[in-house]
Design a protein around this ligand. Sequence first.
Ligand code: PXG
Length: 441
Amino acid sequence: MSTSAIPSANNLDAFLMPFTANRQFKKNPRLLAKAKGVHYWTPEGRRIIDGTAGLWCVNAGHGREEIKAAIAAQLEEMDYAPSFQMGHPKAFELAARHAALLPGDLNHAFYCNSGSEAVDSALKIALAYQRARGQGTRTRFVGRERGYHGVGFGGISVGGMVNNRKWFGAMLPGVDHLPHTHLPENAFSRGEPEHGGIALADELERIVGLHDASNIAAVIVEPCAGSTGYLPPPKGYLKRLREICDKHGILLIFDEVITGFGRLGTGFAAERFGVLPDLMTVAKGISNATVPMGGVFVRKHVFDGLMSGSENAIDLFHGYTYSAHPLACAAASAVLDIYRDEALFQRSAELSPYWEDGVHSLKGLPNVVDIRNLGLAAGIDLAPKGAVGTRGYEAFVKAFELGLMVRQSGDAIAMSPPLVIEKAQIDEIIDITARTIKAVA
Ligand code: PXG
């Protein structure tokens, strides 16, 4: 091995970075070396306030001692156990705790390792359920424009982000898309937008009219779209989707990878909106991002449907080596204790009005064309400057320079701080965001 090949943090070449402009990044890297509470530190010791809870996932803040201890204890006791035709106690205990936490009869949990796996698992469970109840012609899915459901072939097919789709060919056949919910007449809405909810949801009837319900397995939506700039649903939208799905025997899947575990001031968006989906996908906050984990929660009728074959047959022909990994289960259980003991979902609700006032105080700054918020998250659209995404990227880099981590999606910036954030830290986020927006004018 030549000395030039000795791995070092100064040699950034070997890592093919996900969702990154690799060459641009490597010329001017943004490295994170340490994290605690609501802060990151760069290798040089510069402190960055985490305006995005990592990637919408570190809901209870970084470096939680209780989670570290639970993972260490589990590692000491048992590193790994399979979940196929075997089981370990923490998996069952976690599922029972999740079942108790979730609304309605969403009382069975399937586990996986990411949001992408959760989405593809949910789509497969929907197909298996329809088939098990003698409706095997229901193979089509309906997603939504500007939806993000991860990067598996199922997820990019039902998702509605052009760049996730354009590179990867034909993908899953038999998918239609509802229109996205970002309407110009709702600009600068505080919380749920007023206009368009019913008409947008009624587009589902048009799709059913085209294919017939007997061919449609499920509709999947994020209750509040995250990745494409944070788009809260207009009033009445989700309820109407639920009604149309019920009318036609179509399953409704809520992708709560971002909204789950407190982001909207309730445990789950399903509670916030009073709409119960048939299946729900989660990830991120489920383990506070310490050990990768995702999950699909299903309602009783879906679970019972899967259990309708002979007792010695495998009910769901699907699973992962690391489904219900013991370290992930230990972490997820410890984070549930934190959410409960610190009442973090309630804290998220209590902080939301302060957060709303903060983000809407940015109205009137140069190039700010829309601001949206719901729960402890917000999206801010900036007018494009030349090519789409240029100003958004400049804002993302500038914010980092000024000591704040935000997310960029085109010319929108999105923020979703850890739920343990303090009011003074919200002020700091708003102040840096304001300086950022002025700097990229
Ligand atoms: N569904 C939703 C709603 C998501 O937001 C996924 C599925 C996929 O999860 P995994 O764990 O496979 O990445 C996501 C992920 C961003 C950003 O900048 C958002 C996500 C991931 C990375 C960046 O908004 N969401």
